[in-house]
Design a binder for this molecule. Structure first.
Ligand code: ATP
Ligand code: MG
Length: 354
């Protein structure tokens, strides 16, 4: 993370559905903390199902090139996917992760505590490896004498496991509890999960005690999910291979109520992209009632990843100070306010109170 940039160029890809309603809110949040940032520039970019239906491509080359050549980071909204398979269409988000080598999916899940003196009941970060494991999609269907047989390859490399491990150690080191839990199933999958576990454990070696203050624990994935539901407070930073990470990050999201409040970033060594965890929510799209918090928090998380801590802190504080009193909330959190009203409320706190 470097804060020595002269300017910060941010690609905005609202894509489909409520992405178009919540990404503008995230943009406003960044503008509201401009004084903490170098000169901010936004570039609007296309991708998604609507782009595909109009142009025949879900992820225009121009979008990828602009992100690569001109942007420091980006915010992605959400894509609608057709209910059946459509020839030529594939998710632009998956393609973007690949094109930009965004190998880490980072998802903080934090409940809001009404009493500022008490810590939140859930305050954890799931760090998911984003490029390999079963999701390399190397599947085969074979006809045998005994019927069909399906096989999939699960790829785990030392390189991918150590780089995700390094991200997880960095995050753990920066948090008050400094606890890292490695999630695996190496009692059964001793080769693949064994390599993941060993590679993450090896990260602190040879870096001169840099991570000496981080406590390392391990959990088998099944018991991790069980404990996540029974005693989520035991977790701080969890790091997992792709498949387990996918499941755990959605399970963790369920602990804090609405999908509308959970942010994420997709990070690589050269680029970071903020993305709310929710989808395009076709059931509420266009009504102006989507919760903008997930996107606003994604903007903060992206800024934090880039090293702009004070800007991120301001945004997160305004969000918490909006959620805790629960006076101005969208319908998913039991409120009656619109996207614009919640956004304005958060912006006013940022601009006038801190
Ligand atoms: P997609 O296929 O794009 O993922 P989906 O139908 O799965 O669409 P999600 O966006 O995943 O929809 O949302 C699941 C449910 O949560 C929907 O009922 C949706 O309205 C609600 N929801 C998701 N995000 C928000 C939000 N930001 N504000 C309010 N409600 C939301
Ligand atoms: Mg969905």
């Amino acid at each position: 993370a470097t804060t020595a940039r002269k300017s910060l160029t941010i690609g905005l890809i609202p894509a489909d559905g409520i992405g178009r309603e919540v990404i503008p809110a995230a943009r406003e949040a960044i503008l509201a903390v401009q004084s903490e940032l170098p000169e901010v520039k936004f570039i609007d970019l296309l991708a998604g199902w609507e782009t595909f239906t109009r142009t025949g491509v879900a992820l225009p080359l121009e979008t990828v090139q602009t992100l690569r050549d001109e942007c420091d980071c980006a915010l992605f909204g959400s894509v609608s996917s057709p209910s059946r398979k459509v020839a030529g269409y594939s998710s632009p988000i998956v393609a973007l992760r690949k094109e930009l080598d965004l190998y880490a999916n980072i998802r903080p899940v934090c409940s809001v505590s009404a009493d500022p003196a008490r810590p939140p009941a859930v305050d954890l970060i799931v760090v998911r490896e984003n490029t390999e494991c079963l999701y390399v999609k190397d599947e085969k269907l074979i006809q045998t004498d005994n019927g069909k047989e399906a096989r999939a390859t699960r790829l785990i490399t030392e390189r991918a496991s150590s780089r995700i491990g390094k991200i997880a150690f960095e995050l753990a080191k920066a948090r008050p509890r400094k606890l890292l839990t490695i999630i695996h199933k190496s009692n059964v999958l001793s080769v693949t999960d064994g390599l993941f576990r060993e590679s993450v454990r090896a990260v602190p070696r040879g870096v001169n005690g840099k991570y000496d203050d981080v406590t390392i624990e391990e959990q088998l994935v099944d018991s991790a999910v069980y404990r996540l539901f029974r005693e989520p407070q035991i977790f701080d930073v969890m790091v997992a291979p792709n498949l387990y990470g996918d499941i755990i990050s959605d399970a963790a999201a369920a602990l804090v109520g609405s999908l509308g409040v959970i942010p994420s970033i997709n990070a690589g060594d050269a680029f970071v992209m903020g993305e709310p965890v929710h989808g395009s929510a076709p059931d509420i799209a266009g009504k102006g009632i989507a919760n903008p918090v997930a996107s606003i928090r994604s903007a903060a998380l992206m800024l934090r990843h880039l090293g702009y801590t004070s800007a991120a802190d301001k945004i997160d504080k305004a969000v918490n100070d909006t959620l805790a009193p629960a006076d101005v909330l969208t319908a998913d959190l039991g409120g009656t306010h619109s996207t614009a009203q919640v956004t304005d409320h958060i912006m006013n706190l940022i601009k006038h109170q801190y």
